[in-house]
Design a protein around this ligand. Structure first.
Ligand code: MV4
Length: 448
């Protein structure tokens, strides 16, 4: 096991990793920008080091600042959390080259899944179901029209360097394909410096279902079922749950074992998420995230597994602490993301927290870096915490969530708690019948 890990992140996820380090008897190093001198991760870690000014590009995203911090503190490994450098193949490669362990998959696997065409080809070969389409890039408007006609409308044009909803265009008819193709291409070039695009069938009104896997890097991998993350606004998830309300044990076993076999097949190391659009009982692979995800706690709750601990163990060359047959789902878990934002437009609302009280009791977890008097800086993501509830079944979990939200006090700033208090009473949420378009349609009706 490592003796010291540097956490290249901030906020609740830095705290999550520090906690796992403490339980494993590993020293933790926090890094922070000047704007985060009073942040909770700085206090909670064994050591802290300032890595630059507020702007992320000069601090949390700076390779030299982070590598210097490793050298100065003697950290042997870096946990990237999510966001920032978590899926940066160059960063993983540079750490490898410096003899520092990146707590995550190999640079090769980060790069492979970052290229969406390669990711899809790889998954298809390994037996993971993909969206029907065309395996490979499309190089001209003529080819785009031919490929779209063969697939059948509607189709979606996606950037191979994209992901998370960026660089996509839908064409509903032959008249729309030229403009979808050229817009996707120029947007992709501007956003990712890579204008390669591919085309697949557009699955309308799907659910977003993702499978958690963990590989040991030596050809063994397990799956930890699925999460349904269909409640989204502009590709930002706001509520996630496990298990998925529409997934049967048979579906879980089939898709889960395919995902675990694929991860094992490439010798994947660490935690990963294989994302699907799900419609009419079928899973279609869209992308793989090679990192720990914000919503990992719902999986931890229902499987009684510490995913961060496993990430660290595997990165240190230790085996997974369980095998597939040890794993079983118990109950239902729901997470909501608390953002410092004002409704109805979700405008970021940084500022001072004048009062704070976290909910508690059995089956309630709140991961947050905020405290009374904390000043939320304007420089970073607006997520300020997550409430995760776990109960014997979905209805009880929703009831517990309602109770937890009633107990939660965050004064001084606007946040998304009132939205969730309304959502937990909504019939579609209660019945679990919502797709990825539901929230934006509901918001339109709710706020005109
Ligand atoms: C799709 C799709 C329908 N058909 N691909 C959006 C984010 C990126 N991960 C992929 N996305 C989608 N890909 C095909 N072939 C619909 C979406 C999509 C979506 C997916 C997951 C969660 C929310 C979404 C919202 C709109 C569109």
């Amino acid at each position: 096991m490592f003796s010291k890990i540097l956490i290249a992140n901030r906020g609740e996820i830095a705290l999550r990793v520090i906690r796992a380090c403490k339980e494993l008897g590993v020293q933790s190093v926090a890094v922070h920008s000047t704007a985060d001198a009073n942040a909770m991760h700085v206090r909670m870690a064994d050591e802290a080091i300032c890595i630059g000014p507020p702007a992320s590009a000069a601090s949390y995203l700076s390779f030299p600042a982070i590598i210097s911090a490793c050298t100065i503190t003697g950290a042997e490994a870096v946990h990237p959390g999510y966001g920032f450098l978590a899926e940066n193949a160059e960063f993983a490669q540079i750490l490898e080259d410096h003899g520092i362990t990146f707590i995550g998959p190999s640079a090769e696997h980060v790069r492979m899944m970052g290229d969406k065409i390669t990711a899809k080809k790889t998954m298809l070969e390994l037996g993971v179901p993909c969206v029907p389409g065309h395996e490979g890039g499309v190089d001209s408007a003529n080819e785009a029209a031919a490929v779209a006609a063969e697939i059948g409308f509607p189709v979606i044009v996606k950037a191979t360097g994209g992901g998370g909803g960026r660089g996509m265009r839908i064409a509903h008819s032959p008249e729309q394909i030229d403009s979808a193709y050229s817009t996707a291409r120029s947007e992709a070039l501007a956003a990712f410096g890579n204008d390669e695009v591919y085309i697949e069938k557009y699955i309308e009104r799907p659910r977003h279902v993702e499978v958690q896997i963990i590989g040991d890097g030596k050809g063994k991998a397990v799956h930890l079922g699925e999460r349904d993350c269909s409640l989204q606004r502009r590709h930002q998830k706001i509520l996630e749950e496990a298990p998925g309300p529409s997934i049967t044990p048979e579906m879980r076993e089939d898709i889960g074992s395919r995902c675990a076999a694929a991860a094992a097949g490439i010798g994947y190391s660490g935690a990963g998420t294989i994302e699907f659009v799900f419609s009419d009982g079928e899973f279609y692979f869209i992308e793989m995230n090679t990192r720990l995800q914000v919503e990992h706690p719902v999986t931890e709750a229902v499987f009684s597994v510490d995913i961060v601990r496993e990430q660290i163990r595997v990165a240190a060359g230790l085996p997974l602490s369980f095998s597939q047959s040890d794993l079983a789902i118990r109950g239902h878990a729901i997470e909501v993301r608390i953002n410092a934002e004002s409704l109805p437009d979700f405008r970021p609302c940084p500022g001072r927290v004048t009062a704070f009280h976290a909910p508690g009791g059995p089956g309630i977890r709140m991961d947050t870096p905020i405290y009374m008097g904390y000043e939320i800086p304007p420089w970073y993501d607006s997520m300020i915490g997550k409430v995760i509830v776990h109960a014997s079944d979905r209805n009880s979990a929703l009831a517990k969530l309602s109770q937890a939200l009633d107990e939660l006090i965050i004064d001084g700033i606007d946040h998304t708690v009132p939205l969730f208090q309304e959502l937990v009473t909504n019939p579609d949420i209660k019945s679990g019948s919502y797709d990825v378009t539901w929230l934006e349609r509901w918001l339109l009706g709710r706020f005109q």
